[in-house]
Design a protein around this ligand. Structure first.
Ligand code: ACM
Length: 638
């Protein structure tokens, strides 16, 4: 009886502590496999001991946590390798593997007495640390010590492991160059959400970004263009006297430093050398790589119009391809691959293969002779001949060959891995042919696309809203699931001129991708996801990382009534927001008319302005939609 009353008493206290604090909700991204919230909380002491066995990889997780805690909380944190001393936070490896966790999974126990993270491998500890950080108040993300914060974490038991081994983001550092320090910042942001692969798009028509010592002109000439600002793709032709000083490249020491920086955070870097198309920077450096006479007059492109994407294929206005019929091309690629393979320990090298315009190949006698000699029936087979030779070169350096899904078209090489970007079909096809696949379809995973209405975003040809990105499913029903290595999102940077915009384009859609490649499929739920996204925003404010608030911008849909009056329907991406509007050119607030049904546009109105609120708080940006723009859209649809 005594025991029973003690138990009842404990339950009551537990109930009270929950009742007082309100329901504890966590906002971890990506959502862990299982989370059990326990009563009580851990309070971070002023002096913290992190216990981690003496091994370099264990130290990485411990050092990361130490830096995070020290920077923002000001706690005095030490790492101890001895098991005798009492510790606040223990990072432990299972002596016998826990089969459910795999290489990157972890268990995290937060109790009032202390914290334990256990994993099979140090990578799991690192991810456990990332989850733990998200349990602390937002100020933990501050780059300076924040006083007056109670540094608590709710008591939890979490078991977590990734759905896929390949969890990537691609950063295009060719269209616009991002410095080594900026790439490190990107890595820092990625690993918080358990991404483990940075794909660097290192070469393109606008710049060659990696030092190749045996081919110095690639960077002395190929890394620089004329700086232009505005709408990439429509830039004016650079004049002969404009300085070609914009751009830059990573030295081999820079690359080694970045690779190590990633490794210290359990992240690999995959290099991409995009050939045979998108190769103008290489051709400018070494014109003998082109099959087109006059290539020595070409210049590295800044973003002036150069390619046409038509129904009948892609044509280029200047020949930005490598000559598939010249041995010089393969000798060049052998040199490049020798150095690239030595610099990047990751098992795969990405060789592009996308959007290769073939109109100059079709005019080349040398390419025609190659077709005759090799019995190649069309230009796709010419590209396939090129890809297969390149695959052998890559494999001769001990690496696996990966390319965009165009490499399927003329017939895949024996071991080629495919990155499916033009939707998921390429990935399905390749997996059925027995090839490894990474899914990164434009439909869900293209971070260069606009995030809300085009009147609000730098112009790109398509939009990809957060809710759509969240629908990313890397394993379509008809694919051979075991060959899908995982998924990634791609940030092309034609319209991304600075690193703040890199951040803006990546987050929050990067959260959607992170959850799609880490969390169990059945755990994904938009209604549960967007509130967690919203809880990340104040953390990003603390961390001084930019993100897009585009999920608060409504969608506009115009139609005509039978009486020929324009009608505008507004739809919010997330529920329970109010939209206030004006047609009189003034700035609406919550004292303006509230949107409750489709709006009839007054005959003489020139613009519709809207803003979203949550209760009394403005939450969205002021969106100004010209009526003429809605008319244009209607006409386009007709
Ligand atoms: C691509 O987006 N051109 C791979």
């Amino acid at each position: 009886m005594k025991k029973l009353s003690l138990l009842l008493c404990c339950c009551f206290i537990t109930f009270l502590s929950f009742g007082q604090a309100g329901k504890t909700t966590l906002a971890i991204i990506p959502e862990p496999v299982t989370t059990v919230i326990k009563p009580g909380q851990f309070i971070l002491p002023k002096t913290v001991v992190i216990q981690a066995a003496a091994s370099t990889d264990m130290e990485k997780a411990a050092t990361y946590l130490k830096n995070k805690l020290t920077t923002s909380t000001g706690a005095f944190v030490t790492i101890k390798n001895t098991f005798a001393a009492p510790a606040t936070i223990k990072l432990l490896l299972y002596p016998k593997q826990d089969a459910t966790l795999g290489k990157e999974g972890y268990h995290l126990w937060v109790t009032a007495k202390g914290i334990i993270i256990k994993a099979n491998e140090p990578a799991g500890l690192f991810y456990g640390v990332q989850t733990l950080v998200q349990l602390f108040p937002k100020e933990i993300e501050s780059p300076q010590v924040v006083s007056h914060v109670k540094w608590t974490a709710p008591c939890v038991d979490i078991t977590d492991y990734p759905r896929f081994a390949w969890r990537g983001l691609m950063l295009d550092v060719s269209r616009h160059f991002f410095t080594k320090e900026e790439v490190k910042q990107y890595i820092d942001q990625m690993v918080r959400y358990k991404f483990n692969l940075l794909h660097m798009h290192l070469t393109d028509d606008e710049g060659w970004r990696i030092e190749i010592k045996s081919l110095p002109r690639l960077t002395t000439v190929g890394a620089y263009n004329v700086k232009k600002v505005g709408e990439f793709g429509n830039f004016s032709q650079p004049k002969a006297d404009e300085p070609r000083t914009y751009g830059g490249f990573y030295t081999q020491d820079d690359i080694r430093e970045l690779v190590q920086y990633g490794k210290d955070r359990f992240l690999n870097i995959m290099p991409e050398v995009d050939v045979p198309g998108h190769s103008l920077a290489a051709v400018v450096a070494y014109p003998e790589l082109s099959c087109t006479p006059g290539a020595e007059n070409y210049k590295v492109r800044s973003g002036e119009h150069m390619m046409n994407f038509g129904k009948n294929g892609i044509t280029a206005l200047v020949d930005n391809t490598l000559n598939p019929s010249s041995e010089k091309t393969y000798a060049f690629l052998d040199k490049v691959m020798t150095e690239v393979a030595q610099l990047f320990p990751f098992g795969y090298i990405h060789l592009g293969g996308d959007e290769c315009a073939k109109n100059f190949w079709a005019q080349s006698d040398s390419v025609k002779a190659l077709m005759q000699k090799e019995g190649l029936k069309n230009m796709e087979e010419v590209q396939a001949y090129f890809e297969k030779r390149l695959e052998k070169i890559v494999e001769s350096k001990g690496k696996k060959f990966m390319g965009w899904d165009e490499i399927i078209e003329g017939g895949l090489g024996p071991n080629a891995a495919v990155m499916s970007w033009r939707g998921i079909q390429g990935g399905i096809t390749a997996s059925k042919l027995g090839h490894e696949v990474v899914m990164s379809p434009t439909t869900f995973a293209y971070l260069d696309y606009m995030q809300s209405d085009r009147v609000m975003e730098p112009h790109v040809y398509e939009s990809l809203r957060l809710s759509k990105a969240y629908q990313f499913e890397p394993v379509p029903d008809s694919a051979v699931a075991k060959l899908i290595l995982g998924g990634q999102a791609n940030l092309w940077t034609e319209q991304v001129f600075n690193f703040r915009q890199v951040e803006y384009m990546t987050w929050p859609r990067g959260f959607a991708i992170a959850e799609s490649v880490w969390s169990p499929k059945e755990k994904k739920n938009w209604d549960n996801f967007y509130p967690r996204v919203e809880k990340q925003f104040p953390r990003f404010n603390e961390a001084e990382i930019k993100y897009a608030p585009s999920m608060y911008d409504p969608d506009f849909d115009a139609s005509m009534t039978v009486d020929s009056v324009m009608k505008v329907t507004l739809t919010n991406e997330i529920p329970n927001l109010d939209i206030y509007y004006s047609f009189d050119n003034s700035y609406p607030d919550r004292f303006y008319p509230k949107y409750t049904e489709p709006l009839l546009v007054p005959e003489d109105a020139t613009q519709l302005r809207v803003i979203t609120y949550r209760g009394k708080e403005p939450i969205g940006r002021m969106v100004t939609m010209p009526i003429a723009e809605l008319k244009r859209r209607l006409q386009k649809r007709e």
